[in-house]
Design a protein around this ligand. Sequence first.
Ligand SMILES: Cc1ncc(COP(=O)(O)O)c(C=O)c1O
Length: 416
Amino acid sequence: MANYKMAEANSRIIPLEDKIFGINKLAKEMIAKEGADKVVNSTIGSLLDDNGNLVVLSSVVDVLKDLTPTDYADYAPIAGTPDYQRDIKKAAFGKFQPKCYTEAIATPGGTGSIRNTIQNYSKRGDQVLTSDWYWSPYSTIAQEIERTIATYTLFDDKGNFNISSFDNKVNELLSKQDGLVIIINTPAHNPTGYTFTDDDWDKALESIKNATKNGNKKVTLLVDVAYIDFAGDADKYRSFYPKLENLPTNILVIIGFSMSKGYTMYGMRSGAMICMTSDKEIADEFKTVCSFSCRGSWSNCTRASMVVLSKIFADKALLDKVTAEREKYCQMLVKRGKTFQASADEVGLNTVPFDSGFFIVVPCENAEEVGKELQKSGIFTVPIGKGLRVSVASVSEAKCKMLPAKMLEAINKVNA
Ligand SMILES: Cc1ncc(COP(=O)(O)O)c(C=O)c1O
């Protein structure tokens, strides 16, 4: 535990430097010294074009440029403008029309939805369940509000969803806690790129229903869909939603939606938490408690991005334009992922089961050392415990093709 002069650790483990930021800095230093063509910087969690520039949807920027001063200077209501609350549901659900009560609360990015879910649906000291491969800010957020993360093993030894590990953990935690928040990040999970199949969903929901069937325990299922608009076909990747609409009332579903990727609004801090429940009182309560949390943490979110979304959804031609532009970049990303996977298969490099999205994980022993070995040849990846995270979102297709052979070479060298 750090011995701070003035600060209080409050049970948090606070690293001195963000790991990804640190490796990214090394990559940038090497680019400055040796030139961009000598370096593969696959640490970045934003979509970059083949020249390493941030992809920004011009159709969205045009709307932003057209806003009135009031649109960006004024406060927004705490829970979001009424138009935004309506339209963000359309953005999240697409063609799916939920047959249950849904309420949306604006949050600063998907991050805010995670924070508010943990704050309102678990108790101080509780454990929040997610998979062993997970986005590390889940733990930061949990620690900030005096909770911790518990994990189940995502994959069994055949590379399938490990339902028995999931089921064991759900029951273990519910034997100790009155309620449980479970975070499932799908489609295009960060960091593995895995997407829950229909069968995975059926098994997970069956497990949760069984564990709560007596009615004296409750589960809040946070489905973190941060990457839903960059997974591939919009309808196909939303086909799991109907499974979530008729659950018992002691299972609350919250969709954590982000405009960061899908609308390239990373810095505008826009997203939402959307509840799905068959009980109107639970939906009303959701609005009350989550609005309180907004007021007590960030107050309200950026009005400009809310107006942008509403303008897009008010104009069919504009929505089509944004969708078509995103589609083009989505295909670029999907191609990069497929190229990496095909090349990995060709050279015999093992990857954690990948479907689509920004990242792929290569499992290996001594990931830190392998990462350093790769840096010697200008390849920057992020060691995450049991493997190396490669951002296919930030490197060209040509680099995705050559990376697996280089990675295999480094793994073999370090672990010889
Ligand atoms: C798994 C996951 N969830 C949620 C988010 C939310 O991000 P933001 O708060 O920028 O919308 C991210 C962003 O990287 C993510 O990777």
